[in-house]
Design a protein around this ligand. Structure first.
Ligand code: ZN
Length: 870
């Protein structure tokens, strides 16, 4: 699954005190095959189901326990022919199970369970649900993690793999898409209906079963003879072209990387109007929210193209990592999400050199390190049991940390040995399940490296190591340089140290004339030869591929500073400056150290590195700058970024590479917000006003930055124009750009109007938490937004309590930086618990506490630095 984009950017997450009932099914009776027939009634939001499950009993039993929720059982029989007998159904809502009890025990061996039932097409965006378009509604499934049981009674755990044969009876004017290809399509049984039979799936888990019903239309193509379709509601079909081309390239890439070629025959990708996650990797039938799949080829920005390719590459990687080989239980969800996140970067890097994917990877690692520096983090492999705990495990630890650890290991053992291990792992467990141990055994065997010792230290224990580099020294003959590495657990709150010892592959880069080398750090403190020749500095995270923070002795950092722009790669520059920021937040370095380091990035030309620095400067501006010094900080930001803006100009040249376009947008955004640059602000507003003329548009690569900057200094006229633009937008990106800008205003009345909008159908459930997050990011709107959320909690809850909404909202509250707001947040959620955001709440509180401590210790430091330097 791909979390929706904004949630992914801020996902935060832990070992929670949620009381969890043991919810695992017994294993006496297990399924082999499901025949599933549905009659879908979109007029009354209902469905009727007829189900036959072929099961195997390992011993004689008079009870079968399976999962079912919000299902109305009508008739259940067990057995075939003369042996068929009715079963009594006992429902247990707490464990989401149905127990079928028979008068006579069934024998060991094969038998069949027949169930007739009915259900409601719900509005909770999970199970079998109604999705509402502008003029009609659609029936859609979202079964991950534990919602297949809401669509049909089943053994709803990932290790109960079975085959599925789906039949759908639907309105005559509609079509349907499922995991298998359509085998037959016949009129009836009613004159207004037709019935589609889909091919039996390969063995797979219940959470991957997929059905969608409506008047969808598709663009189609093939890649390596596999038919690919990009489908959408009829009015949006033409917006699938970018995705169709991407999907072809990605499939061809994966078919060359993996020893097992795409195994599922066809691939359908469907955008639906209401979808809680970003996308879902249902076997051969990937479902999507519209904004992540559909865009206009002519007006799509680099970011939009990248998002479409990246989410597709993620979901398509799942066809191998997740669909073909599935984690045995949700405690190893990283085997799905970490692997898909890691893999997705490869086809993008192969097709788009100017996307600088290595910097995206470095940024991905930084997101994981951010969460993993909290006490309330969790290990990659963590026990989960209740559905809410399972949902909350789709976090930055499963996705970004999982991916970062894989990148580190791949770099350490070499890409070829790693790929051999991956292929051996996939071949050994195809159509079955696997565990973390299975994975590291496969890589250990393909590489000959001690992965069974290395990986458990990253997978089974929480947190991130800090490597302190010191005692850089040359030997007498100046032929070798040695350094001492010390490891400890890195925590933002360093008052309360926690134990931790890792086996860390550390790869070192240095001045151009020295050679890089990798070492396995196993001891708390180790002295190693790091370079040939006599180096005055080293960079202890070559390629930014390591999963650790690094701290250099001050003399080494001074020696490195003049070489940062010239000799470190962009991914390494990002890692260096973000590590420095983390050391500030942990109270090990001062903000003055950070600001001084940042001045070495004056000529930074990688957009994501610039963006990262701009975000930190915005944080320093909003939280750590004494009010009477804000103008000096703004001037510092202008002095950093204005020369770059002048070099780039406001208008892209046709020859500009994608990253240059993204760089221009990042510089414009930094200058127009934190830099408070009057010229940039005026230009943004003028460009926006011009774009309102009939037929006019904003330059695609600058549209988002221009709109946001204009809104940040905007009036009621601009607010109305944005609401109108959102309303008439025919492409999803335009709608979201306009809506998210509503959170940027400074005027109290406009902020209030923006907040009220979330209560209207204008803002769908899938977007509500993401929309509100914007207001929490705006210092002027933050407290107002919180007051609004509390006052309207009853009305908001159904819109927030969808997948990713609860964690998205709770993590947004981490933007507070004072004790009263922290205490209020705690007491509000004590009274109004969100079970799937329990750990997220702990992390939010920890972030607020960290900010309070930082504000106390660093505000005077920032003031003094600004006074001294400007
Ligand atoms: Zn995923």
């Amino acid at each position: 699954m791909m979390r929706s984009l904004l949630a992914a950017l801020a996902a935060i997450v832990v070992l929670s005190p949620v009381p969890s009932i043991a919810q695992r099914l017994p294993t006496i009776v297990v399924p082999d095959h499901y025949d599933l027939a549905f009659r879908v009634d979109l007029r009354h939001n209902r469905f009727e189901g007829t189900e036959t499950i072929r099961v195997h009993a390992s011993q004689s039993t008079s009870k079968v326990v399976l999962n079912a929720l919000e299902i109305e059982f009508q008739q259940v029989t067990i057995g075939t022919g003369a042996a068929a007998q009715p079963a009594r159904v006992t429902l247990d809502e707490a464990t989401q199970t149905a127990t079928l009890s028979m008068p006579k025990p069934i024998d060991r061996g094969q038998t069949e369970i027949h169930i007739r039932y009915s259900g409601v097409l719900n509005d909770q965006l999970r199970g079998f649900y109604v999705s509402k378009g502008r003029t009609r509604s659609y029936a859609v499934t979202q079964c991950e993690s534990t919602a297949a049981r809401r669509a049909f009674p089943c053994f709803d755990e990932p290790s109960f793999k079975a085959t599925f044969a789906v039949t759908l009876t639907i309105d005559r004017g509609d079509t349907a898409i499922s995991n298998g290809k359509v085998l037959s399509d016949a009129p009836g049984p009613l004159p207004t209906q037709h019935t589609l039979k889909f091919a039996t799936t390969p063995r797979m888990s219940t959470y991957l079963v997929a059905m969608v019903v409506g008047d969808f239309q598709c663009l189609d193509a093939t890649a390596d003879s596999v038919p690919i379709r990009i489908c959408a509601t009829a009015d949006k079909k033409h917006l699938g072209r970018i995705a169709l081309e991407s999907a072809q390239q990605i499939l061809r890439f994966y078919n060359r990387y993996f020893a097992i070629k795409y195994p599922f025959g066809k691939l359908d990708v469907v955008a639906v109007p209401d979808f809680a996650a970003g996308a879902m990797e249902n076997t051969a039938a990937i479902f999507y929210r519209e904004a992540d799949l559909l865009a206009d080829s002519k007006s799509a920005s680099v970011d939009t193209r990248k998002t479409i390719a990246s989410v597709l590459a993620h979901e398509m990687a799942h066809q191998w990592f997740g669909d073909l080989v599935t984690m045995a239980w949700w405690d190893d969800i990283w085997l799905n999400e970490g692997f898909a996140t890691w893999m997705a970067n490869k086809p993008l890097a192969a097709a788009h050199a100017d996307w600088n994917v290595a910097v995206d990877e470095s940024a991905e690692t930084q997101r994981a390190l951010g969460v993993d520096s909290l006490k309330s983090t969790r290990p990659i492999h963590a026990d989960v049991s209740a559905p809410a705990e399972i949902d909350e495990a789709f976090d930055a630890i499963a996705y970004e940390k999982g991916a970062a650890v894989l990148r580190m290991i791949e770099h350490y053992v070499g890409a070829d040995a790693f790929r051999d291990g991956i292929n051996a792992y996939l071949e050994a467990h195809a159509y079955q399940n696997a565990t973390s141990e299975d994975f590291w055994k496969a890589i250990a065997s393909s590489s000959g490296k001690p992965l069974e010792r290395i990986l458990p230290t990253f997978v089974n224990q929480p947190g991130v190591p800090l490597i302190e580099v010191s005692d850089l020294a040359c030997d007498a003959g100046r032929s070798q340089t040695r350094a001492t590495f010390a490891q400890s657990r890195f925590l933002l709150d360093s008052r309360d140290p926690a134990p931790g010892r890792w086996q860390i592959p550390v790869c070192v880069a240095g001045p151009r004339d020295s050679s890089a080398s990798c070492h396995l750090l196993t001891e708390p403190r180790q002295t190693v030869t790091v370079a040939s020749g006599c180096a005055s500095w080293i960079f202890a995270n070559a390629g930014a591929r390591g999963y650790y923070r690094t701290a250099y002795a001050p003399a080494m950092l001074r020696a490195m500073a003049p070489h940062i722009e010239g000799e470190l790669a962009a991914a390494e520059r990002l890692s260096l400056v973000d590590d420095e920021w983390a050391l500030v937040r942990a109270g090990r370095h001062s903000v003055a150290d950070y600001l001084t380091l940042v001045t070495a990035y004056r000529s930074e030309h990688a957009s994501l590195v610039l963006q990262d620095i701009a975000d930190r400067l915005a944080y320093i501006h909003d939280y750590l700058t004494p009010p009477d010094q804000s103008q000096r900080l703004e001037a510092f930001v202008r002095s950093l970024f204005r020369p770059l803006m002048d070099e780039l100009g406001f208008t892209p040249a046709a020859s500009d590479a994608d990253d240059r376009r993204a760089l221009r947008a990042a510089a414009l955004s930094a200058l127009g917000t934190t830099g408070n640059d009057p010229e940039v602000i005026a230009k943004a507003r003028a460009a926006f006003d011009r774009s309102l003329a009939p037929g006019a548009t904003l330059e695609p690569s600058l549209a988002e930055a221009m709109t946001a900057v204009a809104a940040g200094h905007g009036d009621a006229k601009l607010f109305d124009a944005l609401v109108a633009a959102a309303d008439r937008a025919s492409v999803p990106q335009e709608r979201y750009r306009s809506l998210s800008a509503l959170a940027k205003f400074q005027d109290a009345a406009l902020i209030e109007r923006g907040l009220q909008l979330v209560l209207t159908p204008q803002i769908r459930s899938q977007d509500a938490a993401l929309y509100l997050r914007g207001f929490f990011a705006n210092p002027v709107a933050r407290l107002r937004a919180w007051t609004f959320v509390k006052a309207n909690w009853t009305a908001l809850t159904p819109k927030i309590a969808v997948f990713g909404g609860d964690t998205g909202l709770v993590s947004a509250l981490g933007s507070f930086c004072d004790a009263p707001a922290r205490d209020d947040t705690k007491s509000f959620f004590a009274a109004h618990p969100l079970p799937a955001a329990t750990r997220t709440l702990d992390q939010t509180i920890e972030r607020i506490d960290n900010c309070i401590a930082l504000r106390e210790s660093q505000t005077a430091v920032v003031g003094a630095w600004l006074n001294g330097s400007r």
